[in-house]
Design a binder for this molecule. Structure first.
Ligand SMILES: Cc1cc2nc3c(=O)[nH]c(=O)nc-3n(C[C@H](O)[C@H](O)[C@H](O)COP(=O)(O)O)c2cc1C
Length: 184
């Protein structure tokens, strides 16, 4: 049984999460960036594919969407990082959209994980002008959070987020382990 972990990252958040997830994958798991994945025409060699991406305008980033076209009839786990809160409606929509994309290619989703990434300060500047009800709006609370985010390692951001991370990561990990045990 062969598995592969593909990650797409612009500023490094998703790569950090990918590296943590790699630790719970079988030792022979291929670990590649999305740019390398673009050169793989079909994924027939792999039984299990984990794909990690960053959220770009409510969906997976363009490079990931491109690679997804070649992933069909597979067992999948996915994860992503985003700017919005992980328990927001926006984050849930991102999950739903990706699951829909997977179904369209007849892939079976075994699990997923998502968390907030450190926001690029240039992007945060732009967010300041958004209306308060926008998912990326910068209110006082978020500005403070931003400052923390710049200084603290991603997985230790907020107590709440840390708990969420642990909860979802455990589920994600367990699903992968279950799958590997039953498909040895
Ligand atoms: C062009 C662009 C579009 C983005 N769109 C969204 C979005 O729609 N929703 C969101 O929650 N975050 C959005 N973000 C924030 C990123 O998803 C977030 O910072 C992510 O952690 C970046 O991951 P990376 O460091 O692996 O590149 C956007 C960032 C950029 C640069």
């Amino acid at each position: 049984m062969k598995s592969i972990l593909i990650y797409s990252t612009l500023t490094g958040n998703t790569k950090k999460v990918a590296e943590s997830i790699k630790e719970v994958m079988p030792e022979n798991t291929d670990f590649i960036s999305i740019d390398e994945a673009k050169n793989i025409e079909n994924f027939d060699d792999y039984d299990f594919i984990t794909i990690g991406y960053w959220v770009d305008r409510g969906t997976a980033d363009k490079k990931t969407l491109e690679v997804l076209k070649n992933i069909k009839n597979k067992k999948i786990a996915f994860f992503f990082t985003l700017g919005a809160y992980p328990d927001s409606e926006h984050a849930q929509k991102c999950v739903d959209r990706f699951e829909e994309l997977m179904k369209n290619n007849n892939n079976e989703v075994l699990g997923h994980f998502h968390c907030q990434g450190k926001i690029d300060p240039r992007l945060a500047e732009k967010f300041k002008n958004l209306p308060p009800d926008h998912p990326h709006a910068m209110n006082e609370e978020r500005k403070k959070d931003m400052l923390k985010l710049q200084n603290i390692q991603m997985m230790k951001i907020f107590k709440k987020q840390k708990i969420l991370f642990q909860k979802y990561f455990q589920i994600f990990k367990q699903k992968i382990i279950d799958y590997l045990i039953f498909n040895r």
